[in-house]
Design a protein around this ligand. Sequence first.
Ligand code: HEM
Length: 401
Amino acid sequence: MRSMTERPTHEAGWLEKRLPIVSVFRREYVDFPMPRNLNSLWSFGAFAMVALGLLVLSGIFLAINYTPTMADAFASIETIDRRVASGWLVRAIHMGGVSMLFATLYVHMGRSLYYGSYKTPRELIWLTGTGLLAMVMITAFAGYILPWGQMSYWGATVVINAVNAVPGIGHPLASWLLGGDGLGDVALHRFYVLHFVTAFSILGVIALHVASIHVSGSNNPTGVDPQGPDDTVPFHPYYTSKDGLGICLFLAVYAVLIFFLPNLLTLSDNYVMANPVVTPKDITPEWYFAPFYAILRAVPSRLGGLVLAAGSIAVLFAVPWLDRSPVRSARYRPLLKIALPVLFFSFFMLGMAGMHAPTAPWLWVSRLCVAYWYAYFLIMLPLLPKIEKTYPVPVALQGQN
Ligand code: HEM
């Protein structure tokens, strides 16, 4: 029997001449040279892809039974949960998948920030990544409205009120988006369309994200580019097996979430049908939006909160140009090594603040943390290189720079 690695068969040769997908796949996913020293944090991109794949698949099955009208949306979700064969499982995969995707993305971004993976020549990978984050957030926001529970309704109301607060264009923009003055049938239908249009668009942007990784090659924990074949190993079997093992562990955590803790991350208020005349006691977002919700409420002005929250994501797009240090990895940057974990801690504390009422002490925690967020990106990243004495490149890597 002849293996795929030997001379191409007649059919493979025919395809290869017309559309060289087999050889391109081989070059990019089998033989592709990867730095040999990647740690497990480099598997999180693969985890994000798995989570996204499962979200799209389960989403298609949910869409088969979902009805996007005010009268039937809530009941159709109940039907999926209780009457459709394995509907509860498909829904649990979809809901758990959102949390798994956000958790993965936050680690993936933290890794990229720590090892300076956004720096030349990887700016475009970072930009498409930040675009993906924004698109995932929009998709999750639109999706959360669809079950038409109390939190769907009131969570969306908070965001719509914030948009309405923009002077001049806010109100017309909100009513244009909603197709009327408030959340009704037209708005629900539009959020449904928005949800799957952005979900499928994400797949296209991921293709750009991954293609640009294959142009510049992966960064690595040292931040020093591999200098020759001795510093790299082929993607297969080295990283297919490493990512494969990681994916098994990732799926194990995902399965625990689905089968043993299905309600750990959901809010019980969303199991009550939306009621525009009864405001829930606390309007709390899902955990992955909590940091941004805390920012939205950190100042006593709706418009100010919106600008700060949107700006906290917008500033990420500028990161490759804000950080002026020639050294990529925080391993060799003593000051960044302190400043960056403080940023991660601030993000965590913002999340905590977002899940509590905006009164003392949480209000002050969110104010302090949002101030640090902006100070990190706008002051520390540009100015640290001026005072930071970076560590020398280790002897083992010398001569490779
Ligand atoms: C749905 C969302 C995303 C998917 C599926 C995804 C997927 C991937 C994959 C498969 C890789 C290569 C493996 C790895 O380095 O982990 C990667 C690398 C990378 N991603 Fe993402 N990513 C996503 C979102 C993001 C976001 C939100 C950011 C940052 C804002 C980002 C920034 C990067 C960077 C800078 C690299 C290059 C890392 C390096 O070479 O060291 N990605 N991504």
